[in-house]
Design a binder for this molecule. Structure first.
Ligand code: ASP
Ligand code: MG
Length: 420
């Protein structure tokens, strides 16, 4: 069995969905589990809607109307010749369920309500695509991933409960692939608690879902279909000189995603590495090109790779009484960072101060306030973090010819710069 993942960009309109159908039609000889994200920018739109509804409580419904119209316009185009196709009722009913949930969601915490609402994007996209594939003769089964993907109730960043998930999957799997069905369509990004609340796995989490399913079923291969030719040595939009990297080890892939390469979700590698399942990153625009293969074979990669993280904050934390920043202080600082779930992208220690570079995030005022109880905190906003793997002597000059470097860190093969 293979697992495929198609992200929002690959199903952003009727033509893209037809393209996905074209790709799937050439794989009809084997069992395939397809994981799909919400269409286009639907998740962002649902996020905005949720905020308008629960925080600002004004024109929320115009946001929802746009989301409805977006999905209906796609099905009108895909089912032009069948205006009475059941897909119209199915999508209509999904929106009715959303409406019911909106009343219930008012009593929930923001993060819980967010998950109940935002998860709709994946339910809509998979229903539409499953119907369409069946219509064009690509027989498939729509699976509700929440039937087996069990998580805790850490809403918006839920953690997988692996044992229960495996057990549920094993109980259901005989119904997924049968003699008459070789294709299953399911949702990325979402899961379910033991109390039947929907959860989400964190933004861009569909890659992770695909990797989880590959793990559960010991897939022979996972293919993530992208709008780029594969893993590139930098985001081509930011680094025009970027080239395709044909082969990466799991280790290299984890490092690249850890430093912020957005090509695959950072959590994707571990489950497939644990079961030694190869991952292919391929272009849905040119599906016949080879792309990048990620597996357990070490390759000597000397290709310089660039990762750029804009919108960072650099915090510099020092003792109030000229004390050294030693173990006790550092553990206090880390306790606060952990409590607010701040992701540290770089840190550096000196005798009197400790610097951390973190994503600019919504709880930053709270973070600074908490740290300020025991420390002096200075910070620089809107700084950028560059990470370069396999850097050379020219790298520094090229990235920051006329910019101020606030922090520079080097290991044998990685250079990191915080730049203003
Ligand atoms: N639809 C979700 C998001 O946009 C998950 C994903 O695309 O991977 O974050
Ligand atoms: Mg996406």
């Amino acid at each position: 069995m293979k697992v495929f993942k198609f992200g929002g960009a690959s199903v952003k309109d009727a033509d893209s969905i037809k393209n996905v159908a074209g790709i799937l039609s050439s794989y009809q000889q084997e069992n395939i589990f397809v994981v799909i994200s919400a269409m286009g920018k639907t998740t962002n739109a649902l996020e905005e809607f949720t905020r308008e509804l629960l925080v600002n409580s004004n024109n929320a419904h115009t946001h929802l109307d746009k989301i409805k119209e977006f999905h209906f316009s796609i099905i009108r185009e895909l089912f032009q010749d069948q205006p009475n196709h059941p897909v119209f009722d199915d999508i209509h009913n999904t929106f009715v369920e959303l409406d019911w949930m909106l009343d219930d969601s008012l009593g929930l915490s923001f993060d819980n309500a967010y998950d109940q609402i935002v998860s709709m994007g994946e339910l809509l996209s998979t229903k539409i695509i499953s119907h369409y594939l069946n219509k064009v003769g690509i027989t498939n089964k729509w699976i509700d991933v929440r039937d087996f993907l069990r998580t805790d109730n850490n809403y918006r960043e839920a953690n997988i409960e692996w044992d229960v998930t495996q057990q549920l999957y094993d109980e259901l799997k005989d119904n997924f692939f049968t003699t008459t069905n070789r294709l299953c369509i399911t949702q990325g990004f979402i899961g379910c608690t033991s109390e039947n609340f929907t959860t989400t796995l964190g933004r861009e989490g569909s890659d992770y879902t695909a990797s989880i399913i590959a793990f559960l079923n010991q897939a022979t291969e996972l293919i993530i279909w992208k709008d780029v030719p594969g893993v590139m040595s930098g985001d081509p939009k930011k680094f025009p000189e970027a080239v395709l990297i044909p082969h990466l080890s799991y280790h290299d892939a984890v490092e690249l995603t850890y430093y912020g390469a957005t090509i695959i979700h950072p959590k994707t590698i571990k489950p497939i590495q644990n079961k030694n399942i190869p991952l292919l990153v391929k272009s849905f625009v040119n599906p016949h090109t080879t792309g990048t293969i990620i597996n357990n074979q070490t390759v000597s990669n000397s290709q310089e790779c660039f990762i750029h993280k804009p919108n960072q904050i650099l915090l510099s934390i020092s003792g109030k009484d000229f004390s050294f920043i030693v173990e006790e202080n550092i553990s206090k600082i880390f306790a606060i960072l952990a409590q607010l779930r701040v992701k540290v992208n770089l840190m550096q220690n000196s005798a009197l101060s400790f610097s951390v570079c973190v994503d600019n995030f919504s709880k930053k005022t709270e973070l600074i306030k908490k740290l300020s109880t025991d420390f002096f905190v200075k910070y620089n906003e809107a700084v950028e973090l560059y990470t370069v793997r396999n850097y050379n002597n020219e790298t520094l000059k090229r990235i920051a010819p006329d910019k101020e470097i606030l922090v520079e860190q080097r290991s044998r093969n990685t250079l990191q710069l915080v730049i203003k």
